[in-house]
Design a protein around this ligand. Structure first.
Ligand code: ADP
Ligand code: MG
Length: 394
C-alpha cells in the first residue's frame, strides 16, 4: 500500500501538492472545472491540518514563448480560490526569488499556486524531461510531497517523479480513489467482463487491446478503429479511417481471438464528417467507395447489448462514433444508456469518452469516470507508472 497524505503530520509543514489543473481555458474562462473540483478534497485536508499548501500543475503543451499567455495558470488560481473560499496566491514564475520569498512568508493554511510547470519546457524540456536539478529545486521549497495528479501518473516529469525522488512523499485522495476504482478491473474483475473500445485510432489502443483481451471475456469494437479491423477481416470500408500499418496486427488479433473480438455488423455512413449531412445505415458489406463509417448502426447496438446485459464488469474507452456531431452520436448515447441500465460495475476512461458521458448526462449513473485518459489505460495495462512507483510504501 502506498503512503497517503493521511500518513503524515502536516501541521506547520510546507506541503507541495502536484495537482492536475490541466483544464480547458478559452479567453481566460475555464470551460470545464471538474478537475479543479476533484482536487479540493486533498487541498482542504491539508489546510484543515494546518499545512502551508504549495500547489503545482501543468497546463497544455508549452512549445513556444507565445504559448505562455494561453497556458498561464492564473485563471485557475482565481477560480480555485472561489471554490476553496480562501485566496490562492498566484506566483507567476516557476522558480526564483519572488517564489521563494512568497513561500518563506507563508502562514499555516495559506495556499500558493506556482505557474504552469511546463513553462520550464521552453528551456530544454526541463519539466517533461525530468531534469534532475529542477526536481531537486522544487523539492527544496517544501517538506512533504503529495502527488494528486492521476492524469500524469504514467509520466516521468520533474514535477512528479523528480520532486518525489527528493522528499518524503505520498498520494492524495484523488489518486487513492482512482487506484481503488481501477483495481476492481485489475484484481479479479467480476465476470462476465466486457470492454467497449472505440476512438479514432487502433494505434492509440494497441497496448489495451493486446493486454486486456486476456482479462476480459469480450471486447466490443466501435469507432474509427473498427474500420481497420473490418478491412483486416476482408470488408470494403470505402473512405473510412484506416491505418494500413496496423492491418496485420488486427488480422493477427482476429485470428487468435475470433470469439472475443466483436466487430460492428452495420454502420452509419456519410460522404463527409459534418453536421446536417445525408447519412445512410449500411451493413458492413454495403459501404460505398466514397462513404465513411462514422457511427455504429442499430443492429450493432442490439448485438452489443446482448454482450453487455448480463455483465458484472464493463470498461469503456473510446466513443463508438463521432459523437461531437449529432448525426453520429446515437451509438455512443445508446451504449451509455445500455451500460447504465445493467447491474454491472461500470468504469469509463479516456478524455473524450468521459466528455461524452458528461455531455449526454450519464455521469451520475456510471460507477466511476476516471480523470486520467492515458493514465487509466496504462494502469489497466499494468505497465509501470513511474510517478506512482516512486511513492513510498507504508
Ligand atoms: P478517448 O479520449 O476517450 O481515449 P479517443 O481520443 O481515442 O477517445 O477517440 C475519440 C475520438 O474518436 C473522437 O473525437 C471521435 O470523433 C473519434 N471517432 C469516433 N468514431 C470515429 C469514426 N468512425 N471515424 C473517425 N473518428 C471517430
Ligand atoms: Mg481523446
Amino acid at each position: 500500500m502506498k503512503k497517503t497524505i493521511k500518513d503524515y503530520d502536516l501541521s506547520g509543514k510546507k506541503v507541495i501538492i502536484r495537482c492536475d489543473f490541466n483544464v480547458p481555458i478559452e479567453n481566460g474562462i475555464i470551460k470545464d472545472e471538474s478537475r479543479l473540483k476533484a482536487s479540493l478534497k486533498t487541498i482542504r485536508y491539508a489546510r484543515k491540518n494546518n499545512a502551508k499548501v504549495i500547489l503545482l500543475s501543468h497546463l497544455g503543451r508549452v512549445q513556444m514563448e507565445e504559448d505562455k499567455q494561453k497556458y498561464t495558470l492564473k485563471p485557475v488560481a482565481e477560480r480555485l480560490g472561489n471554490l476553496l473560499r480562501k485566496k490562492v496566491k498566484f506566483i507567476a514564475q516557476t522558480r526564483g526569488e519572488e517564489l521563494e520569498n512568497a513561500i518563506n512568508t507563508m502562514k499555516d493554511r495559506d495556499v500558493i499556486l506556482i505557474e504552469n510547470t511546463r513553462f520550464e519546457d521552453l528551456d530544454g524540456k526541463k519539466e517533461s524531461g525530468n531534469d534532475k536539478e529542477l526536481g531537486k529545486y522544487w523539492a527544496s521549497l517544501g517538506d512533504i510531497f503529495i502527488n494528486d495528479a492521476f492524469g500524469t501518473i504514467h509520466r516521468s516529469h520533474a514535477s512528479n517523479l523528480g520532486i518525489a525522488s527528493n522528499l518524503p512523499n505520498g498520494i492524495g485522495f484523488l489518486v487513492e480513489t482512482e487506484i481503488k476504482k481501477l483495481q476492481k478491473l485489475t484484481h479479479k474483475p467480476k465476470k462476465p467482463y466486457t470492454i467497449i473500445l472505440g476512438g479514432a485510432k487502433v494505434s492509440d489502443k494497441i497496448g489495451v487491446i493486446s493486454n486486456l483481451i486476456t482479462k476480459a471475456d469480450y471486447i466490443l469494437i466501435g469507432g474509427g478503429m473498427a474500420f481497420t479491423f473490418l478491412k483486416a477481416a476482408g470488408f470494403n470500408i470505402g473512405s473510412s479511417i484506416c491505418e494500413k500499418e496496423k492491418l496485420s496486427f488486427c488480422k493477427e488479433m482476429l485470428d487468435k481471438y475470433q470469439d472475443k473480438l466483436i466487430l460492428p455488423i452495420d454502420v452509419i455512413t456519410a460522404t463527409e464528417m459534418k453536421e446536417n449531412v445525408q447519412t445512410h445505415e449500411r451493413f458492413i458489406n454495403e459501404i460505398e467507395e466514397d462513404e465513411m463509417g462514422l457511427d455504429i448502426g442499430q443492429k450493432t447496438i442490439e448485438v452489443f447489448k446482448q454482450y453487455l446485459d448480463d455483465c458484472k464488469t464493463i470498461f469503456w474507452n473510446g466513443p463508438v462514433g463521432c459523437f461531437e456531431i449529432e448525426e453520429f452520436s446515437n451509438g455512443t448515447k445508446e451504449l451509455l444508456n445500455i451500460i447504465t441500465s445493467t447491474k454491472a460495475y461500470t468504469l469509463v476512461g479516456g478524455g473524450d469518452t468521459a466528455r461524452a458521458a458528461v455531455t449526454f448526462n450519464y455521469q451520475d449513473k456510471i460507477s466511476h469516470i476516471s480523470t486520467g485518459g492515458g493514465a487509466s489505460l496504462a494502469f489497466l495495462e499494468e505497465v509501470s507508472l513511474p510517478a506512482l512507483d516512486i511513492i513510498d510504501e507504508k
